[in-house]
Design a protein around this ligand. Structure first.
Ligand code: TTP
Length: 201
């Protein structure tokens, strides 16, 4: 029996590519939520709340007839540095400022994934530590000039040119890209959606 496509509540091309990588078919539904953090909200609470709100808002937009037997997945990514949440840069200067703060040190990338079937909503937050080598002003300026940082949380793309900056990573590479695939597979499985068939040995 063919499993129905899931709904992906995301505008992110990376999340679409990553879901495609594991062979999960999906229909896109775009949620509209307020992404402002609460005053002094902890980063982990923030990304989990964002993923859950994206999932709930997108689920509410769907007509009842289309929800039958379907799952919906949403995610949210942020960078955490010195207890501060860094989202997408506002402009090139903001991107350069964020990148200069990563130079020669570690930061964390958090991606929360939420899955719902309309009755239950489960969320998993995947935290990855990323070490950058020291970056010169000229390199940062040249990287910002490429435009790569602009639509990405934390102002870089590990799957792009920023691969040249990362000396070490502990956690989930796909989580840094915006959708941790191992944990996504586990969450889907908890709802009875097995990406690969599981038979008893
Ligand atoms: C750190 C990092 C982030 N990113 C991207 C992934 C996400 O698209 C984005 C995180 O921002 P989000 O606000 O989590 O997601 P989004 O606005 O792009 O998409 P949507 O809310 O519709 O799902 O940053 C990378 O592509 N590579 C990286 O190395």
């Amino acid at each position: 029996m063919q499993t129905l496509p899931i709904f992906l509540a995301s505008n992110s091309p990376r999340r679409r590519e990553l879901l495609t990588q594991i062979g999960v078919s999906f229909d896109v539904v775009i949620p509209d939520i307020d992404e402002t953090p609460f005053p002094s909200e902890h980063a982990a609470d923030y990304v989990c709340r964002m993923a859950k709100e994206k999932a709930s808002a997108a689920w509410q937009r769907l007509p009842d007839i289309e929800k039958q037997g379907r799952l919906l997945l949403a995610a949210d990514t942020c960078v955490v540095l010195d207890d501060q949440v860094l989202g997408k840069p506002q402009d090139g200067a903001d991107a350069a400022q964020m990148l200069s703060r990563y130079s020669g040190r570690c930061h964390e990338v958090m991606t929360a994934v939420a899955v719902t079937d309309g009755r239950t909503l489960r969320v998993d937050n995947v935290v990855t530590t990323v070490q950058f080598r020291p970056l010169s002003h000229a390199e940062i300026a040249a990287y910002v000039e490429t435009g790569e940082p602009m639509d990405k949380a934390g102002a870089y793309g590990i799957q792009g040119l920023a691969a040249l900056f990362v000396t070490h990573l502990e956690g989930s590479y796909t989580g840094v890209m915006g959708l941790p695939l191992y944990e996504t597979g586990q969450l889907l499985s908890q709802f009875g959606y097995d990406v690969l068939p599981r038979t008893l040995d």
